[in-house]
Design a protein around this ligand. Structure first.
Ligand code: C5P
Ligand code: C5P
Ligand code: ZN
Length: 489
């Protein structure tokens, strides 16, 4: 066993995986040396933007001639974008493995590198070099992200790209891969974390898991924290402030608010044991263990910015992508600060407001989160922006009345006769064998759509007029699958 993970990863598999990263690096270097034009496509979410920043920086350092586009999926329009460019090389990051058939049908004349962690669907043709952990028995949903795979290739291009490891950590956290004990990253991610620490860019500590530990007054960070859920404090700024005062913890230093990062060890310990008592007294002893977790700090980032805590960084990236300002997120991953960061912070606020607006809309009428036999459904229609539907289903998946039912949310894609579907569930179901990626893929295919993704988080695009039938079929498939699981156990 290597990397101290709970499922042993064969060392030989990891070595072959790394060798293939060198293969990808060789192709990229040869293309740049021959002055070939490169077209890069990356995915729209935090992990995809981190991957784009990593490959963008590596190509920029090589002096490559390239264009980088951020997309939500691969379809004919994107193929047309690529073929219009007539590139010498196409690189797809954090997507591609789910679209191998599309690539072989439409891009067989192009040399393609796929740096992805989604389960491959179909087979790669000879013109495609696919670097994907699933091909080596490594779990792409928790052991390495799209940004991680891209980092391995970048690092194989030049060891100087090792400084991009911290961005790969941001990508992995954006994909919620912190599934190991005390919310740590594990598997190949653990090696990438070690690279980032060795580069002097990252610090890993066990501390209170507050959201906004670097940027918010302590009582606000307490109120923003929903994982773990703190009854009476989560969502309650005034009560959180009163809680701090009752402990004798001063929320301000002079006229400046203090953040969690400003508290000396003794005060943190006091806060931690008071929170434990608070949880136990309200019957939430299960949440005590989640109070402390692995905190990943980018030590070269300015204090009080959302880039300092890697989890907050990933939320900022998600915000830029989903609010149609992906370029800002990529620029920040490539090292841009100043005005790019200011603009991204404003976009982040707008993103938060948008999510709050949607959550408000969903709670206005009880039927807006519809409960079917085996799933919950959100009919987002054209009210919810299809780019934000993924975030919304991720948030809701941990806050449903019955956590043993997956959530399927969809919204219309403006100007297209298609809906974007986002499906999420929790470990309690995937550990029993439910695979949403498989269900999205097989059901979407029945409607000439595309679907796929991870067992825990998956998506699909289906024709607008078929969405109700699609949802019904998903409900039935999940019901059948759960019945099979129950009979087996
Ligand atoms: O395409 P990609 O793999 O990068 O995206 C995975 C998506 O699923 C991310 O947006 C991530 O936040 C979400 N996810 C989730 N719950 C999990 C794991 C991932 O909502 N447990
Ligand atoms: O878009 P959303 O965040 O819901 O996607 C969840 C996961 O499913 C992501 O990893 C995404 O890349 C994947 N997905 C896929 N094929 C699709 C749609 C989404 O692999 N057609
Ligand atoms: Zn990803």
């Amino acid at each position: 066993m290597i990397f101290g993970v709970d499922m042993p990863i064969e060392e030989a598999s990891v070595r072959t995986f790394l060798n293939n990263a060198s293969e990808a690096a060789k192709i990229i270097i040869e293309c740049v040396e021959a002055d070939g034009f490169i077209h890069v496509v990356s995915h729209l979410d935090a992990d995809g933007l981190a991957a784009a920043g990593i490959i963008g920086k590596a190509l920029w350092r090589l002096g490559a001639n390239f264009r980088l586009r951020i997309q939500q999926w691969v379809d004919e329009r994107i193929i047309l974008d690529i073929t219009t460019d007539k590139p010498k090389l196409v690189i797809l990051t954090d997507l591609g493995s789910g679209y191998l058939n599309v690539l072989s049908d439409h891009l067989s004349d192009y040399q393609i590198i796929v740096l992805d962690h989604h389960k491959p669907i179909g087979y790669a043709t000879a013109n495609v070099l696919q670097l994907n952990p699933h091909l080596y028995g490594i779990d792409g949903s928790k052991d390495i992200s799209g940004a991680g795979v891209t980092f391995l290739a970048a690092n194989a291009i030049n060891d100087a790209n090792r400084d991009l490891a911290a961005i790969a950590v941001v990508g992995a956290l954006g994909d919620l891969q912190d599934k190991f004990e005390q919310r740590a990253l594990g598997g190949v991610n653990e090696k990438i974390v070690a690279d980032a620490v060795a580069s002097g860019l990252l610090k890993v500590e066990k501390d209170l898991m507050f959201f906004g530990r670097e940027t918010r007054p302590i009582h606000k960070a307490l109120a923003y924290t929903t994982n773990p859920f703190l009854p009476g404090l989560s969502g309650e700024e005034d009560k959180s402030l009163a809680f701090l005062l009752s402990l004798g913890i001063k929320p301000k230093h002079g006229d400046k608010w203090r953040a969690l990062r400003d508290l000396p060890k003794k005060e943190r310990q006091k806060l931690c044991s008071a929170l434990s008592d608070h949880l136990i007294s309200r019957g939430y002893q299960k949440n005590v263990l989640s109070l402390i977790g692995s905190v990943y700090t980018l030590v070269h980032e300015e204090p009080w910015t959302p880039l300092r805590d890697a989890r907050e960084f990933s939320v900022l990236l998600n915000g830029t992508g989903r609010m149609e300002r992906a370029g800002l997120g990529v620029a920040i991953c490539m090292g841009d600060r100043g005005s790019a960061l200011e603009q991204a912070e404003a976009v982040l606020e707008e993103y938060r407001r948008t999510i709050m607006k949607y959550l408000g809309w969903l709670s206005e009428e009880p039927g807006r989160i519809e409960e079917l036999e085996s799933i919950y459904v959100i009919h987002g229609g054209s009210f919810i922006n299809e780019k934000v539907i993924g975030t919304l289903s991720s948030i809701l998946s941990t806050n449903l009345p019955k956590l043993e039912k997956p959530i399927i949310a969809y919204a219309a894609v403006a100007g297209d006769n298609v809906v974007k579907v986002s499906a999420r569930t929790l470990d309690i179901l995937t550990s029993k064998g439910l695979d949403l990626g498989e269900i999205m893929r097989t059901t979407a295919e029945k409607f000439d759509g595309e679907g796929g993704g991870h067992d825990i988080a998956a998506g699909a695009q289906v024709p607008f007029e078929d969405v109700e039938a699609f949802v019904k079929l998903v409900d039935e498939s999940i019901k059948r699958k759960m019945e099979q699981i129950e009979t087996k156990s």
